[in-house]
Design a protein around this ligand. Structure first.
Ligand SMILES: [Zn+2]
Length: 49
């Protein structure tokens, strides 16, 4: 079973991406992605949606 999560930019706090992860995956996702608001690659962290 997979759950839906958002990926939030750490710099501006906006959720720019949505993805899914396995429900039994305990660790928080964190990845560098392009933020259209900051206009650069920033760290995006998992948030609940
Ligand atoms: Zn941003």
């Amino acid at each position: 079973m997979r759950i839906k999560i958002g990926l939030k930019c750490e710099e501006c706090g906006r959720i720019n991406y949505y993805t899914t992860k396995r429900k039994d995956q305990r660790s928080k996702l964190q990845m560098r992605k392009f933020c259209p608001h900051c206009k650069k690659h920033t760290v995006h962290k998992e948030v609940k949606v």
